[in-house]
Design a protein around this ligand. Structure first.
Ligand SMILES: Nc1ncnc2c1ncn2[C@@H]1O[C@H](COP(=O)(O)OP(=O)(O)OP(=O)(O)O)[C@@H](O)[C@H]1O
Length: 224
């Protein structure tokens, strides 16, 4: 469970919120504070005031995988294999264990064919998949992903979502403008001008508050 109390930071102003475990999608208009919230939850930024606790812990005390919205910001190493292996190597995992996990996670994300490539030669979407695999490699407690699907084609977006489900992180927070992705999450937070306007399951929020807006998932108009 993620508990937010009296949070103020830049545009963000959240009095109180409880986010249950599972996949939480954060949606809202440009500039509504989604990336700011993700950076605070992942411990990359420290709030000006207020607090965030994840299972009772400060975000900085947690093992966290973070994927930035900018594909070129995500890598430290030159080669794909080294990037995916990095979190395991930082923890001094043995070579066999590292190799087994890199093989497993790259197969899950369907990027095994990229392992020997240089990251700078990859496409934007390939870089995102490598960053996701790298963030998930050491099974973090918390996985924070900023706009993963803006660089992914439909099939890759589906592979990404299924893979993320199988990585075993207790808390997964995804910020996205893709309402189909939002509709697959367990929880949804809709931000407006830095405040939580709606929170609940995607079904509840789309049906009760967003049906007449451009945020309603396009496919749902045909299905329901
Ligand atoms: N370092 C910063 N300094 C000043 N203002 C900032 C900074 N970072 C973000 N902001 C402002 O805070 C507001 C929220 O930004 P944020 O990136 O969190 O929005 P967002 O909902 O993720 O937007 P988008 O959908 O466009 O990515 C914006 O008005 C932005 O200009």
């Amino acid at each position: 469970m993620i508990e937010i109390n009296g949070l103020n930071h830049g545009i963000l102003n959240i009095d109180e919120a409880i986010i249950p475990e599972g996949i939480t999608a954060v949606a809202g208009r440009n500039g509504s504070g989604k990336s700011t919230l993700l950076k605070l939850v992942s411990g990359l930024k420290i709030p000006d005031s207020g607090s965030i606790h994840i299972d009772g812990k400060n975000p900085r005390k947690l093992d966290t995988g973070y994927v930035s919205e900018y594909p070129d910001d995500n890598s430290i190493f030159g080669m794909v294999y080294d990037e995916i292996a990095s979190s395991l190597r930082f923890k001094h995992a043995g070579c066999d264990e590292t190799d087994r996990r890199v093989t497993e996670i790259s197969s899950l994300f369907e990027i095994s064919h990229l392992l020997k490539r240089e990251i700078r030669t990859l496409s934007g979407g390939e870089k995102v998949m490598v960053a996701l695999a790298s963030a998930c490699a050491d099974r973090p407690d918390l996985l924070v992903i900023d706009e993963p699907d803006s660089h992914l084609d439909r099939e890759s977006a589906e592979i990404f979502f299924e893979s993320v489900l199988n990585t075993g992180s207790e808390h997964i927070i995804i910020c996205t403008h893709n309402m189909e992705t939002v509709s697959k999450a367990d929880n949804m937070i809709f931000l407006e001008s830095g405040r939580i306007k709606f929170q609940g399951t995607p079904e509840e929020i789309f049906a009760n508050f967003l049906k007449k807006t451009c945020f309603y998932p396009p496919l749902w108009r045909f299905k329901k």
